[in-house]
Design a protein around this ligand. Structure first.
Ligand SMILES: CC(C)(COP(=O)(O)OP(=O)(O)OC[C@H]1O[C@@H](n2cnc3c(N)ncnc32)[C@H](O)[C@@H]1OP(=O)(O)O)[C@@H](O)C(=O)NCCC(=O)NCCS
Length: 147
């Protein structure tokens, strides 16, 4: 499985995968900017998924994670999370946070298997194009201390 940091030339593909996964798509320009400013990993050749993380001091937040619908349940998200957690821990990041829609059962199952624990709930956090607003669950995961 090919797993690497994203390049600016990946932005078209990243925007396509994001659009297939979420109600409010991000543009190619958004992704080109994230390549420059944050941690963005891609998996698969051609790209099947990506994970975007922002670090501030010794904390980090998952901004988004998506796998192409046709490529799901092949372990791509698991590989992205495992690699990123390892790299962040090596850089001294102590804790990883994220928000996930309360009805997103695949993502909740994924994060639970990766050691994320509930921190709280943001009421009606997500605006849905077709459907009622949805709560966000806040999760966090401790990363092992670097030696
Ligand atoms: C959530 C998402 C990223 C998972 O990607 P994926 O590559 O299919 O996930 P993996 O194959 O690595 O699955 C790893 C584990 O997650 C859990 N999981 C993933 N998809 C699941 C599903 N549809 N139902 C139940 N559990 C699921 C399982 O525990 C799975 O392990 P297993 O296959 O050994 O049972 C993908 O479904 C997706 O892109 N969804 C839309 C965008 C999204 O919701 N992103 C997260 C926002 S916070």
């Amino acid at each position: 499985m090919t797993l690497r940091r994203a390049r600016e030339s990946d932005a078209v593909e990243l925007a396509r995968i994001h659009q297939a996964a979420f109600d409010h798509p991000w543009s190619e320009a958004d992704f080109a900017a994230y390549v420059a400013s944050d941690f963005l990993w891609v998996v698969g050749e051609p790209i099947s998924g990506f994970l975007l993380i922002r670090c501030i001091a010794d904390e980090a937040e998952i901004l988004t994670l998506a796998v192409d619908p046709a490529a799901r349940r092949n372990g791509f998200a698991r590989a992205l999370l495992a690699a990123s957690k390892q790299e962040l821990a090596a850089q001294g990041v102590a804790r990883l946070f994220l928000e996930v829609a309360a009805d997103n059962l695949p993502a909740l199952a994924l994060y639970q298997r990766h050691g994320f624990l509930p921190l709280g709930v943001r009421k009606d956090y997500y605006r849905r194009v077709n459907g009622p607003d949805m709560d966000a669950k806040l999760l966090s995961c401790a990363l092992p201390a670097a030696h």
